[in-house]
Design a protein. Structure first.
Length: 72
């Protein structure tokens, strides 16, 4: 089947669970649609804007490295 398009893994589920937050609540706080966050959460996103990444980190109290890792 070939290699996936990228090896970046999103840990949004873990961060939401740890903070007792729903995807919908986070979407409202960040200003993006729940559908767009779902795409990110399920590792189907191809890109993310720095402004969205910053808003996610602010809302979740984390750093980009907490939200994403690169699989080896």
């Amino acid at each position: 089947m070939g290699e996936p398009a990228h090896r970046v893994v999103c840990h949004l589920d873990d961060l939401l669970e740890a903070r007792g937050m729903t995807l919908v609540a986070l979407a409202e706080q960040v200003g993006v649609t729940p559908v767009n966050l779902s795409v990110l959460k399920n590792n189907r996103a191809k890109a993310i804007r720095y402004s969205t990444l910053t808003a996610l980190c602010d809302a979740l109290g984390c750093q980009p490295g907490d939200l994403f890792t690169v699989q080896r």
